[in-house]
Design a protein around this ligand. Structure first.
Ligand code: FES
Ligand SMILES: [Fe+2]
Length: 452
């Protein structure tokens, strides 16, 4: 079939989604076309819910944290009365970045350029030398406050924002993915927080390469061979055994599966043959009492979740939340955080941190391997002549429409499910993300409401 016969302006050109025929392919331009990047910024990042921060990052009045929606810098703040709001972090005078810190506490934010000042509710409280400015009445009649974003909602302490007012309620957008947030945020009796600090780095590749990798179990045994070699040595008692990293040799043959949800979300789960490697394991009885047997059991499984478009929570080693911020078609900024129960005992927290450093840190044994491969993929994405990549088709012959028995036992209703032994390593999660990606782009290009 010719590309132009396949579908709409995006599907025909970039995606060949003929699921019934066992075909799901992407054109490499998905990762490399600069025009497409501009469309993504407008019709996806400008049009949907984006994860911004944890409420526990801004616990006190006047706490703030910087965030992004696409290329729009934001300031998420708690005001004097405790209300949370998010504003475009750009001065109303000439657009300079008002707050240049990643996080902190400040009653006032004074723009470094000409000194206009804003309070923690975004209100403009001072225009320097206003009296001597000979401003016309039209200026006085203008609003000078920081620009609030159109929508802000939280689920279980996770704050999401949207630049568009026209989005579904956050709960509807997340749908059954809320359960997989519960499985993370219910781990702490008193809630969850980020351990101070984060791992930030950039890679020279498209943001969707990270989107793909988060639910890609197929790459592990080839991309991470050096880490697997290190694990062999650690099994012999050599090197850093403190991290108690998940041993990849043990997941061969255990059950794994994927759920694909509406709005581009997806989950990869793998049975955990070594539950004692999870830093919550010593507390699992307390957790079980609060959340019940089934949820406690799922908290111990390995889970990688993709929240469309650019947030992932991974519980393979430690408990990591990361965002991937698109800076250009071939440049992405990663921000990875360690999630931990509030009030966690120091020995468990140290264990969690060692796992994170060992695996997910920019200097860990896994992340640099992945990042280099994104750059290699980006090199391939610019090559002329390859019409279709073949990286979305593992598992196609056994994927099921609707909920399988695993999903039913959890009470979630995915559009598709797959369950197999771990060596299958399906590529089905990408169908969810790219279908939503194409759907939103096409709606935007055609001037339709993507959520109508
Ligand atoms: S740009 Fe902020 S005061 Fe001028
Ligand atoms: Fe990886």
């Amino acid at each position: 079939m010719k590309r132009e016969d396949i579908g709409g302006p995006i599907r025909g050109r970039y995606i060949d989604d003929r699921f019934e025929e066992g075909i799901f392919r992407l054109n490499p331009g998905v990762y490399s076309d600069p025009e497409l990047f501009e469309l993504e910024m407008k019709h996806i990042f400008g049009r949907t819910w984006i994860f911004l921060a944890l409420e526990s990052q801004i616990r006190n009045p006047h706490d703030f944290v910087a965030a992004n929606i696409g290329r729009t810098p934001l300031l998420v703040m708690r005001d004097a009365k405790g209300k949370i709001a998010a504003f475009v972090n750009a001065c109303r005078h000439k657009g300079a970045t008002v707050c240049r810190s990643a996080a902190g506490n400040a009653k006032y934010h004074v723009c470094p350029y000409h000194g206009w000042a804003y309070d923690s509710s975004g209100k403009n409280v001072d225009i320097k030398d206003r009296k001597s400015g000979a401003y016309a009445p039209a200026f006085d009649a203008d609003n000078h406050d920081l620009l609030p974003i159109a929508r802000l909602e939280s689920y279980k302490g996770l704050i999401f924002g949207s630049l568009s007012a026209d989005v579904p309620a956050l709960g509807d957008f997340l749908g059954d993915m809320r359960l997989f947030i519960d499985l993370v945020m219910d781990q702490g009796e008193h809630g969850m927080e980020f351990i101070p600090g984060r791992s930030t780095y950039t890679y020279r590749g498209n943001w969707k390469l990270q989107m793909d990798n988060g639910t890609d179990p197929y790459h592990v045994t080839s991309t991470h061979v050096s880490m697997i070699d290190i694990q062999v040595r650690r099994r012999a008692g050599q090197g850093n055994v403190d991290a108690r990293q998940n041993d990849f040799s043990k997941v061969k043959g255990v059950d794994q599966g994927m759920f694909i949800f509406p709005h581009g979300h997806a989950l990869l789960w793998v049975d955990q043959p070594e539950p004692h490697k999870r830093p919550i394991f010593p507390r699992i009885d307390e957790i079980r009492k609060r959340v019940g047997d089934l949820h406690a059991q799922w908290m111990l499984k390995l889970r990688n979740t993709q929240f469309f478009p650019n947030m992932q929570i991974s519980e393979v080693n430690a408990l990591m939340l990361r965002t991937f911020q698109p800076l250009a078609v071939d440049l992405t900024e990663m921000r990875s955080y360690v999630l931990a129960p509030i009030g966690e005992a120091p020995e468990y927290r140290a264990w969690r941190l060692r796992q994170f450093e060992d695996f997910f840190n920019a200097s860990g044994f896994a992340t640099p391997d992945d990042t280099v491969l994104y750059e290699e993929c980006q090199a391939g994405a610019g090559i002329q002549g390859i019409d279709w990549l073949q990286g979305c088709e593992r598992g196609m012959a056994i994927i099921k429409a609707g909920a399988d028995e695993v999903a039913q036992s959890l009470g979630v209703n995915p559009t598709h499910s797959i369950k197999s032994e771990a060596h299958l390593n399906p590529e089905m999660a990408f169908h969810s993300t790219y279908r939503e990606w194409a759907r939103m782009l096409e709606a935007g290009i055609e001037g339709r409401d993507p959520y109508a």
